[in-house]
Structure formats: C-alpha cells, structure tokens
Design a protein around this ligand. Structure first.
Ligand code: 5AD
Ligand code: SF4
Length: 437
C-alpha cells in the first residue's frame, strides 16, 4: 500500500446513543488523516472499539472482543487497535497492560486529539489520552460533512453528569456537566437538515440540565423547531429534578417536540431512591408525570429501572412495581444492579443473584405487558410515520411513529425521509404494522 491509498477504519460501537454519535465524530476526525470507514473488520487498518462501562458485562465484552482480534493483528502487524469510550476512560493504561495488542486508548473527552494520536502511532509508538481537557472537544472536531444522510440523527448538546447517583460511573467516566453553546448546536442541526435529516434526537447524559441557551433545553428546542425542514425533535436522557416548567410547557405547545419522553426513575421506593442519591421521591416523580400528561395527554413514557440495589427489600421492590402500575410505560429498560468499582454503592453488601433475577423477571413481565397494551391501543388509529429505510419484505418501508415505535408499511421507497399518515392495523412484539392513510 502506498502512503496515499485510503486507510480503512472499522468502528464497533457499544452502549448508548451518545456512543453512536461519538463514533460518527471520530470517523470524521480520522477522515482528515486519510481514513475511510469500512463495515468489514478484516480489511481495516485501524479498529476502534467505542466502549461502554455502565454495567459489568459491558467491559468484559470489550476484553473478549479484543481477544478475538489477536489473529487479525498477527496476520497484519500494521493493524492499529484502539479502545475509546467509557471503558477507556475508566481503565486507562490498564487496558494496554491487560491486552498488549492495544495501540491506542482514548477517553470520551479527547476525541478531537485522535488525529495527533494517530500520527504518534505512525511513528511506531502507543497513544494514551484520558484527560479531561479544558478546551471544548467539539470545536476541535471537524465540521460534519455535507454528504447525504438518513432522515434521523443524534446530536450531542450536553455531556457529563453532576448528579452522582450512588450506582453510576458516568460522573467519573464522562466528567462534569458541560453544555455546548446553542449557536454551535444550531449550526450543526442546520447542516444535518441540509444533508436530509428530518428528525434530531438531542443527546446528553443529563440533557434537560442543558444550559447552553438562555432558555435552557426548552429554549434550544424552540430555536431548533424554527429550522425549516426539521420536523421532529426528541431528547434523551433526562433527570426528573431538571424537568422545569418551560420544558413541560414545550411538550404542550411545540408541535415539533415529539410526544415521547424517556424519564428514568430507577426505583419506586423512597428508601432506595434516597440510598441511590436520586434526590427525589416516588411521589414527586408521579406528580411530575401528571403535569407532563396535563400538558401533553398522549405523551408516551419510557424509563430505566434497577432491581436489587443494595438493601432493596421485597417491600421496596413492591413499591417499584406499584410505581410502574401507576405510570403505565409505553417502553422501558430494566437492569439488575451491577457493582461498579469506585461508586459509593459498591461498598455496600450485595443482594443474592437469584433474588435479583427473580425481581427482574417480574418487573420485565409487567413492563412488557404495558408495552403490549400501549401498542395494541394504537391499532385502528392514525399516526404520523417518518420513513427511514426499506423493510424486510419487498415493497415495505419502516419508519417510526411520533411515539418512537417502529412501523412497517407497504409504501414506495420514494417516501424515505417523508412523514406520512399511517393507519395502524396490527401490533407485533416490538413494532406495529399499518397502511398508508
Ligand atoms: N447497575 C445497573 N444498572 C445501571 N445503570 C446505571 N448504572 C447501573 C448499575 N451500576 C442503568 C440506570 C441508568 C441506565 C443508563 O443504566 O438505569 O439510567
Ligand atoms: Fe448516572 Fe444518570 Fe444518575 Fe447521572 S443522573 S449519575 S448519568 S444515572
């Protein structure tokens, strides 16, 4: 290969939507060093694993994936292997010690330094950067290219978390809360819309604590809603304590803001919420939901739950089930508590695994039943669907409803990127079917 042939970059992304966004930005940054993306690991000159540290198994998966790369590296000694994301931040140098084939370790706040790190690799060294630099990494990252894109995109507006929930590594791996200035976000959103994007999901670990706009997240949403061609706006993930009046009002009167909200509560027990350092009660959460539903009666709710937090009794768990019954979720994620080294809860005695498994099974059965009920309630109704791509069957397109549910519809491919009215005819386990209205 000559120096001028494009080098190939393969990125494998784990974890949350912010990692999906970060992977795009890393590919763009390395584009300046002559890399083009490939979907085939075997042909790559650089493989980056963009990792997640939120639960134990996530990091273990990374180490086994690194192990699987050994034969590739043996075959192709010039292959560069990098670890990015929250495992990189948390483990740092330890990754290179545990797996010497790793050439590069880069934490989430240092992605703008990737081109320089790649240059260091080219001279035969290794590169490690897990700083929390003072400069704004986003201004150091290349502008997003104008190439045509799909109809939906993520856009990070806020990063980091100051909440310090007792179970969570995010404040340590992603650092303190930082908001991007609204003008930069608006410029990026405009570029996305020019490239064909119709729906933007604003991302932040604590997105509703966004303060890069004088009107907070609600102000940003309203400013973005004024962009011609941007039809839908969503945001994730929120903390109940940052849900202010202006944002609740926006759910009521900003038609571009979709009627779907991911608002994690983690537990329905006040005792456990306190031990988790959530700084709100179950009652406060329920009152908040009531206010949101007053503003937007068809709001679909999603949440995150942890079962088996240290000290959780059967009565505490019953409170969580009660809260779920009271809310009625359209969709939710639930997890067994996983000890994260360095977090306050890690010091406390853990619950037996079978107790956690049993509670998780009961909670998931309830959440699944609620999801099924919410989907079945849509049958016979008309919804707006933004078509994203062809479906599995010929002549079929798939899109998302206002409520973020996948909808399969017999429709021409020309409808890609368009919002059409669809009558829902059937509900399947994780999607709906419908016909053009
Ligand atoms: N164990 C289990 N689940 C966790 N989450 C965060 N930390 C842990 C942990 N230590 C879950 C929370 C959070 C979601 C992103 O992951 O529910 O909202
Ligand atoms: Fe983690 Fe979310 Fe709590 Fe922040 S608010 S510490 S990201 S669970």
């Amino acid at each position: 290969m000559t120096d001028h042939a494009p080098k190939k970059l393969f990125i494998k992304t784990y974890g949350c939507q912010m990692n999906v966004y970060d992977s795009e930005r890393m590919a763009e940054a390395l584009g300046g060093r002559g890399y083009v993306e490939t979907q085939v690991a075997e042909e790559a000159d650089m493989i980056l694993l963009n990792t997640c540290h939120i639960r134990e198994k996530a990091a273990e998966k990374v180490y086994s994936e690194l192990g699987r790369l050994k034969p590739l590296k043996a075959e192709k000694p010039d292959l560069k292997i990098g670890v990015a994301g929250c495992v990189a931040q948390a483990e740092g140098e330890e990754i290179m010690r545990r797996q010497p084939l790793v050439d590069l370790v880069v934490g989430p706040q240092s992605y703008h330094r990737l081109p320089a790190m790649d240059a260091a690799l080219a001279t035969g060294g290794k590169a490690l950067d897990t700083d929390f630099p003072a400069e704004d990494k986003f201004s150091g990252l290349a502008a997003r290219p104008r190439a045509q894109r799909g109809p939906t995109a993520f856009l990070t507006v806020q990063e980091g978390c100051d909440k310090f929930c007792a179970f969570c590594v995010v404040p340590y791996t992603r650092g303190a809360e930082v908001s991007r200035p609204a003008e930069r976000v608006v410029d990026e959103a405009r570029a996305l819309v020019e490239a064909g994007v119709r729906e933007i999901t604003l991302l932040g670990q604590n997105v509703n604590a966004y303060h890069g706009h004088e009107g907070g997240l609600a102000g940003l949403v309203r400013t973005l809603a004024a962009i011609d061609g941007l039809e839908r706006i969503r945001y994730t993930t929120s903390h109940p304590n940052d849900m202010d009046d202006a944002l609740i009002a926006a759910h009521g009167d900003c038609p571009e803001l979709m009627p779907y909200l991911h608002l994690p509560v983690q537990s329905g027990s006040d005792r456990i919420l306190k031990a988790m350092n959530r700084k709100h009660t179950a009652e406060a959460y329920l009152r908040l939901i009531e206010r949101l539903r007053d503003a937007r009666p068809d709001l679909a709710l999603s949440g995150d739950f942890i079962v088996g937090f240290p000290g959780e009794t059967e009565a505490d768990f019953a409170d969580t089930m009660g809260l779920v019954e009271a809310v009625g979720y359209a969709q939710a994620y639930s997890f067994k508590y996983s000890t994260r080294p360095g977090t306050p809860a890690a010091e406390k005695p853990q619950l037996p695994g079978d107790v956690m498994s049993d509670r998780l099974a009961r909670l998931q059965a309830l959440l699944k039943a609620q999801q099924t009920a919410a989907q079945e309630a849509m049958v016979g109704r008309e919804v707006g669907v933004l078509f994203e791509k062809p479906g599995r069957l010929p002549g079929q397109m798939v899109g998302r409803s206002d409520h973020l549910c996948a909808v399969h519809v017999e429709a021409p491919e020309a409808l890609k990127g368009e919002i059409a009215r669809v009558r829902i005819t059937a509900s399947a386990p994780n999607s709906l079917a419908g016909t053009l209205a």
